[in-house]
Design a binder for this molecule. Structure first.
Ligand SMILES: O=P(O)(O)OC[C@H]1O[C@H](OP(=O)(O)OP(=O)(O)O)[C@H](O)[C@@H]1O
Ligand SMILES: Nc1ncnc2[nH]cnc12
Length: 175
């Protein structure tokens, strides 16, 4: 488990009861990000993908080198007030709070095939907000790709229940 073993767990961050899966230990390892990008590249190379939609902020770290490797464009899905142009927005719930995501209205052309990339799937609220933004612009979701899935929190079940495909490089179950 070369990827999972490089991810550290910090109990009770950012609030009591949350087991925070910290990818900084994966990223600081000289091989960590390379392994992640290699595994995701293997899955998606040869597939018809027009763009990667990357979720701020940890998603950017994973998505940018993958977009370079796949030779596709990257569009940032950002937290509110960060994008300068005309945009669409969607509000959602987090495992530990609520937020809103935005995407430039001209980021995706109708009919484009889009891979959503983030570091971690918990409740699925963030990913679903990203999917709604992609679909608002007429994009077609290829799959949602994550480094980490927390199956106990239910995001995969929720996304798959709505008919979306989910791929994750590792899972943390229980504690
Ligand atoms: O499946 P969910 O319950 O929606 O949670 C997953 C999201 O939470 C984390 O982001 P966070 O909002 O902590 O922001 P960050 O990437 O800027 O640290 C993580 O990077 C995902 O984007
Ligand atoms: N348990 C968790 N660890 C790291 N990032 C998260 N985002 C949402 N839940 C998280």
């Amino acid at each position: 488990m070369p990827i999972k073993s490089r991810i550290r767990t910090i109990p009770h961050f950012p609030k009591y009861g949350i087991q925070y899966r910290d990818i900084t230990t994966l990223l600081k390892d000289p091989l960590g990000l390379r392994l992640v990008v290699y595994e995701l590249f293997k899955r998606y190379t040869g597939q018809k993908i027009d763009k990667i939609a990357a979720i701020e902020s940890r998603g950017f770290i994973i998505a940018a080198p993958l977009a370079v490797q796949l030779g596709v464009g990257l569009v940032p899905i950002r937290k509110p007030g960060k994008l300068p142009g005309e945009k669409v927005g969607h509000d959602y719930q987090l495992e530990y709070g609520s937020d809103r995501l935005e995407l430039h209205s001209d980021a995706i052309e109708s009919g484009e095939k889009v891979l959503l990339v983030d570091d971690l799937l918990a409740t699925g609220g963030t990913a679903l907000a990203g999917i709604h933004l992609i679909e608002k612009l007429g994009g077609a979701l290829v799959e949602c790709a994550f480094v980490v899935d927390l199956p106990d929190v239910g995001g995969r079940r929720r996304l798959e229940g709505e008919g979306y495909s989910v791929f994750a490089l590792c899972e943390f179950e229980g504690d």
